[in-house]
Design a protein around this ligand. Structure first.
Ligand SMILES: Nc1ncnc2c1ncn2[C@@H]1O[C@H](COP(=O)(O)OP(=O)(O)O)[C@@H](O)[C@H]1O
Ligand SMILES: [Mg+2]
Length: 275
């Protein structure tokens, strides 16, 4: 039997998208590629900057559909991390709106977004270093109560053990003593337990050995197969092109290209990256 991300299995997003259909104007952002699907996350005219500095992002329009995997790529300094921070309340919007699951979430902080089914893997390996591997996993169930905690852990355990057997071996070890790759695996395992509708990742493969990157991308494929929407930020477009349905290129805080990985190759990609 295949392990499921969600107790009971199935994909609530695909079901919901199919049931509700697409309302006129739901995808009117002029972004080709993903076809008819209900948007789970929509950024409209998002402009942000730090302090009194010039904006880092300029009027960004971006949508992630239910079950869609979007790869957000671009050079160092293009504004990719800032875009994720704008989504999860880490930087204030100067203009524009962000909606998620049909509601305006502009300005909401990360804890509230997590409660609503968004998981966020920020840059670096954000594990709770003084806690053990097992305690880190249990904390991912914080929003649940009583027997729901046990059910969620049990439902996720099989998939986590299959993808990251090393975490089982290290379960009593402090997370701060894990290698960088193991910490990233632990972050992914926590996301599996959180059972998100939308997962945002900032350069999940940065600085990791190729074998570890394979593991991380296997887990992203597992999310994708279960209908979870993904927004994956990567500097290196090759890896993310393998799993995404659509790539979006960011350069100097503006979207310069969007299309399927097959459309965005060679000269088209180079010119979107570098101008
Ligand atoms: N906390 C900050 N304060 C001021 N400027 C920042 C801050 N974080 C990022 N920047 C600037 O914003 C721009 C985009 O950065 P970032 O979003 O980190 O790019 P990327 O993730 O694509 O490498 C860069 O010019 C960077 O120097
Ligand atoms: Mg970054």
């Amino acid at each position: 039997m295949r392990p499921h991300l969600r107790a009971g299995g199935g994909s609530r997003d695909r079901g919901r998208a199919a049931g509700r259909g697409v309302r006129p104007g739901e995808r009117d952002l002029g972004l080709p590629g993903s076809g008819a699907m209900t948007d789970l996350l929509t950024l409209r005219g998002v402009t942000v900057g730090y302090g009194r500095h010039h904006p880092v992002l300029h009027a960004i329009d971006l949508a992630v559909g239910g079950g869609e995997v979007v790869g957000l790529v671009g050079m160092n300094g293009a504004g990719k991390s800032t875009l994720l921070k704008a989504i999860c309340g880490g930087v204030k919007l100067r203009e524009g709106t962000i909606s998620y699951d049909g509601q305006d979430v502009s300005g909401l902080g990360t804890p509230e977004l997590v409660r609503r089914g968004m998981s966020i893997l920020a840059e670096g390996h954000r594990v709770i270093r003084p806690l053990t591997v097992e305690e880190n996993l249990q904390i991912a169930t914080m929003s649940l109560r009583g027997s729901a905690v046990r059910r969620r852990l049990a439902a996720s355990r099989e998939l986590i053990d299959e993808l990251f057997p090393v975490l089982h071996q290290r379960r009593t070890q402090l997370a701060g003593l894990l290698s960088g790759g193991e910490q990233q695996m632990l972050s992914m395992a926590r996301a599996i337990i959180e059972d998100p509708k939308l997962l945002l990742l900032d350069e999940p493969s940065l600085g990791l050995a190729p074998l570890v990157v394979d593991r991380i991308y296997s887990s992203l494929s597992a999310f994708r197969e279960r209908g979870v929407s993904l927004l994956v930020v990567e500097q290196n477009s090759t890896r993310v092109a393998d799993i995404c349905t659509r790539m979006v290129v960011l350069r100097d805080g503006r979207i310069t290209a969007t299309g399927s990985p097959a459309e965005l190759v060679g000269a088209a990609l180079t010119s979107a990256y570098f101008g």
